[in-house]
Design a binder for this molecule. Structure first.
Ligand code: ATP
Ligand code: MG
Length: 556
């Protein structure tokens, strides 16, 4: 049996029962985003669950744009949502719908409710409606317009649609129970007047249905079997069921709620994410520090790793915040297996190997993955002048520092042993160059079998490809920014560090491939094609833990 997308949980148990009892023969789910922003990591959970469950049961998952709020919605957002779902590895096939596809039918069902004396036009102001709805401790008060006749209501509702009333002057409300303990059931508004251009229906409508009325009917029209949504809709379920019980539609999907995915140090709210974009805190919705799917894509997170992460988190009804480290570990685990290794120097320090011939170039062989031979190997040019990392040299190193300091020998990855002879300083006392010597017999070990403890990476100066490297840290310095009065107070001022003078071994930057590389001993990096500054730009995907301790083990 193929591996399942979604591990067993209370929702798959319900589905199993429904199939066993023949309540359903096929599973139909839907992912219902509102096109009012870019999708984020939280949405990835809903996508993996809805599309994943459908695939596991050989069913289908619809993509349905929940487009009932024209003032905030745009085609750009709708496009980005589709791109993000596909990139995550899912497909709605021909099943792309919009709540706005059903505006005519929704209008018809609203009239049905009026005809059954289950809906009425209310002339109260929005403030009066809010006040008279009551609250948790105070029951609601019936509207003075609640007992209008069916004929009057039908005529007024038609006139609302015909544009005879000003925006906000009237609404259509379901007639349920102003005393209900559930405030959602206190005659909820189901239509409002709003003269707004809609991305799909243009100026055809000046009244728009509300989410709670629209969602359940859209589910029923599409024959959805299991309508999976997040816990905040639990209190709306009685309304979901009331609407479907009181119109003639012949299909009643089951709404099932699960807990949202929250990740520490991030924001999962389109409204807040859009504020970061508007205020220029980040470089757009797809800034590599954003928790948007497009940001994670640009950052270099592999879609398979995001799916693995969501699967590991699982599905339940318990609210929780998942540690950012869990997400980063999922990315690391994936990249450790999939990323080819190369050598890049982030903060270069020049080394001259004094006893290496001036114009000699050797092509040395480096394996592309230390644990997986299928990655093959590549040729790396070696010459008299190379770059190493500035912090691989220390002037007054103690005995535990196994890298470059006067008189100490280290191994160059895939190359020779070198011994540091002396450092050259500028007038300000900064080390600007190292003078070293090499042992010509030391490729792949030495004749006398002597060991060195340190291995460092390098790039030949004459062959180095100049690149810009961007290191990212968390965008917020508070584990739960959404819990603050103002989440903007938690923005980490040091979330981006630009290294303009980095270098990379040749033959990598010019490859026009969508590959994440491990720059050995540094981190994982991916070329950023959205943002180029004359030089290729590489974004840090994720750091490596124990980075060089590991490589040292491999070599000794
Ligand atoms: P936001 O607050 O970011 O706007 P939303 O719930 O309003 O989120 P929708 O476009 O309505 O955004 O979401 C589409 C679907 O994704 C809904 O079914 C919603 O329940 C689900 N979803 C949104 N956020 C999360 C999350 N953090 N975890 C799991 N599912 C989520
Ligand atoms: Mg929403």
């Amino acid at each position: 049996m193929a591996e399942r997308n979604v591990t067993e949980n209370f929702i798959t148990n319900i589905i199993d029962e429904d199939l066993a009892s023949e309540k359903h023969h096929k599973v139909v789910t839907r992912f219902p985003p509102e096109p009012n922003g870019y999708l984020h990591i939280g949405h990835a959970k809903s996508i993996c669950l809805n599309f994943g469950v459908a695939a596991d049961y050989q069913g289908i998952c619809h993509l349905r744009f929940d487009d009932t709020n024209p003032e905030k919605e745009s085609k750009e957002y709708a496009e980005s949502i589709q791109q993000d779902i596909r990139w995550l590895g899912f497909d709605w096939l021909q099943n792309k719908f919009h709540a706005s596809d059903y505006f005519d039918q929704l209008y018809g069902y609203a009239k049905q409710l009026i005809e059954k004396s289950l809906a009425y036009v209310d002339d109260q102001t929005p403030e009066e409606i809010r006040e008279n709805r009551g609250d948790f401790n105070r029951p609601g008060i019936n509207s003075p317009f609640r007992d209008r006749s069916v004929e009057d209501n039908l005529q007024l509702f038609r006139a609302m649609r015909a544009g005879e009333f000003a925006d906000g002057s009237k609404v259509l409300r379901a007639k349920i129970d102003m005393q209900s303990g559930n405030i959602n059931m206190r005659d909820p508004v189901i239509y409002r007047i709003k003269r707004m251009h809609h991305i799909n229906t243009g100026d055809q409508w000046c009244i728009y249905p509300m989410y709670d009325f629209t969602h359940c009917i859209s589910d029923a029209i599409e024959g959805i079997t299991h309508s999976l949504c997040t816990l905040e809709f639990e209190d709306h379920r009685p309304l979901y069921d009331w609407v479907l019980d009181n119109i003639d539609i012949g299909c009643h999907p089951q709404q099932i709620e699960f807990s949202r995915l929250n990740v520490s140090f991030t924001i999962t709210s389109k409204r807040r994410l859009s504020k970061l974009v508007e205020e220029g805190i980040v470089d757009g919705w797809n800034d590599p520090r954003m928790s948007t799917i497009s940001g994670l894509r640009r950052r270099g997170y592999p879609p398979a790793a995001i799916r693995e992460f969501v699967k590991a988190v699982g599905v339940s009804k318990k609210e929780s915040v998942i540690s950012m480290t869990v997400l980063e570990d999922a990315i690391r685990n994936n990249l450790n297996k999939t990323a080819p290794r190369v050598m890049g120097v982030l903060r270069p320090l020049k080394v001259v190997i004094e006893n290496y011939p001036e114009d000699k170039v050797e092509m040395l062989t480096g394996s592309n993955h230390p644990q997986d031979e299928s990655f093959g190997s590549r040729k790396i040019p070696f010459s008299r002048e190379i770059y190493v990392e500035q912090d691989d040299y220390q002037e007054n190193a103690n005995r535990k520092f196994f890298r470059l300091t006067e008189g100490r020998e280290v191994r160059l990855r895939h190359a020779y042993y070198i011994t540091c002879q002396r450092a050259i300083k500028d007038d300000a006392g900064n080390v600007v160059e190292l003078r070293c010597t090499y042992d010509p017999e030391s490729r792949g070990g030495t004749a006398d079998g002597r060991k060195v403890k340190g291995t460092i990476h390098w790039v030949s100066v004459a062959h180095a490809e100049p690149i810009e490297v961007r290191l990212y840290d968390r965008l917020f310095n508070h584990p739960n920014p959404a819990s603050l009065d103002n989440f903007m107070d938690a923005i980490n001022p040091d979330s981006l560090e630009i290294l303009p003078n980095a270098v990379l071994e040749p033959g990598i930057a010019e490859k026009d491939e969508d590959v994440v590389y491990q720059f050995e001993r540094n981190a994982y990096f991916k070329r950023d094609k959205t943002h180029e500054t004359g030089k290729p730009v590489f974004n840090q995907v994720v750091t490596m833990r124990d980075s060089w301790a590991k490589i040292e083990q491999e070599n000794n």
